[in-house]
Design a protein around this ligand. Structure first.
Ligand code: ZN
Length: 403
């Protein structure tokens, strides 16, 4: 009944009104092999014994604690050490399976409701979750990195940017960096990968951001840089927004009111808008031809990735740039200049197939976690959480439902 192999209950106390159960357990007679917690060496002799009380899974509706009789060993290498017991992986007063139950609950709910459910403090739940995820991370085999994504997330005025390196094939984030400088990516490539691991990287999806390009060129010169759709369209959206802002300041009265608050609408793709929203945009476009032109240019740029042959892609891009000639849209002209300067990396999309949308999905998952969590001051926790989400694929769907 206890489910602690090799142990038996020798005493129990039931507090019926408080619904608490306390069990005292010790080793069964034949179970005499002790393991040093320092080095894993097997020892036959115990030095002394002591008791430790941990919270375990509830027994029926009784909150259950277990008092375990443990031994200390005299290890020739480590000196006097506590024995290693699989059900007690950390110094915290909880059994492994209790921590697993809490960690599992944290996969589908925020910290606060989990804390309420188990009668624990939020900080305790967070600490348990970190240990649960760290153990999972240490035990699993990590897939090789052949295609990597580099992205940044804006955290706000104080912390600014977070650089996110991800594995495009598995869709999981691998590493977080504090800023978005060349040194940021250098640190990952230099310190977190071996030379062999670096040589395995075939492609990298990045934003058109010079420091990242320089870092990749230095550390993984063989790797092909691909400027992906997601990032390029982000720049196109920014250009539309610049046009919108210029119109706002240029015009007054009703025309200005129409522009107000339309930022998010303009960032959306026409296909994703319902009838009411399309009508709102049409009303805006009727008075602001420049915004309409910019919006159409952004929309048509997204079709650049409909082509899988270099020549066709280049042809489409050339036509797209030609359209700008007579429109006098400064932000779009700037974007065109940027695209031409990064032409090789854009065309590389046709030369090396990388899954599109992964960078965007990883980015979206992390942002969803940040929105839900609030408590992610610990970046390591955030990373573990995002990795677990990617590995269990509970990710996106669950969050979209919540939103
Ligand atoms: Zn030892």
């Amino acid at each position: 009944m206890l489910g602690w192999p090799g142990y038996r209950v020798y005493r129990q106390e039931i507090d019926e009104p408080a619904k608490r159960l306390k069990l005292w357990v010790r080793r069964k007679r034949g179970n005499r092999k002790l393991i040093c917690s320092g080095c894993g060496r097997k020892l036959a002799e115990a030095n002394d014994s002591y008791e430790r009380e941990v919270r375990d899974l509830p027994c029926f509706e009784f909150r259950t604690t277990v008092v375990v009789e443990l031994y200390r060993v005299r290890c020739p290498d480590c000196g006097v050490k506590t024995e290693k017991v699989p059900q007690l992986p950390s110094k915290a007063p909880f059994s492994k399976r209790f921590e697993e139950a809490v960690g599992l609950a944290c996969e589908s709910a925020a910290v606060r409701p989990v804390a309420r459910q188990f009668g624990l403090a939020s900080s305790t739940v967070r600490a348990i979750d970190v240990r649960y995820l760290s153990r999972w991370s240490e035990e699993r085999r990590k897939p090789a990195l052949r295609q990597m994504g580099v992205d940044e997330i804006y955290l706000g005025k104080k912390q600014k940017f977070l650089t996110v390196v991800s594995n495009l094939e598995t869709g999981e984030p691998l590493w977080f960096g504090g800023e978005r400088k060349k040194q940021t990516l250098d640190e990952f490539l230099e310190k977190h990968l071996s030379g062999f691991q670096r040589s395995a990287i075939r492609a990298a999806c990045v934003d058109m951001w010079e420091p990242f390009r320089q870092s990749l060129e230095q550390w993984v010169p063989e790797c092909r840089i691909i400027y992906d759709k997601f990032h390029i369209l982000q720049h196109a959206s920014q250009a539309v927004d610049e046009v919108r802002r210029a119109e706002f300041f240029r015009k007054g009265g009703a025309a200005r009111d129409l522009v107000r608050g339309k930022r998010w609408l303009l960032l959306s793709s026409w296909l994703n808008l319902d009838r009411g929203k399309r009508r709102q945009l049409n009303a805006l476009f009727a008075l602001h031809r420049r915004i309409l032109k910019a919006y159409l240019l952004k929309e048509s740029l997204s079709h650049l990735w409909d082509y899988s042959y270099e020549g066709a892609m280049l042809n489409y891009l050339q036509k797209w740039i030609d359209q700008l000639g007579w429109q006098r849209l400064k932000p779009m002209e700037k974007l065109a200049g940027m695209l031409l300067a990064h032409l090789e990396g854009i065309l590389n999309y046709c030369r090396t197939k990388v899954p599109m949308g992964v960078v965007e999905a990883v980015n979206g998952n992390i942002k969803a976690l940040l929105r839900r969590g609030r408590g992610y001051r610990d970046m390591n926790y955030l990373l573990l959480k995002a990795q677990r989400l990617a590995a269990t694929k509970t990710e996106f769907v669950a969050f979209q439902k919540a939103a």
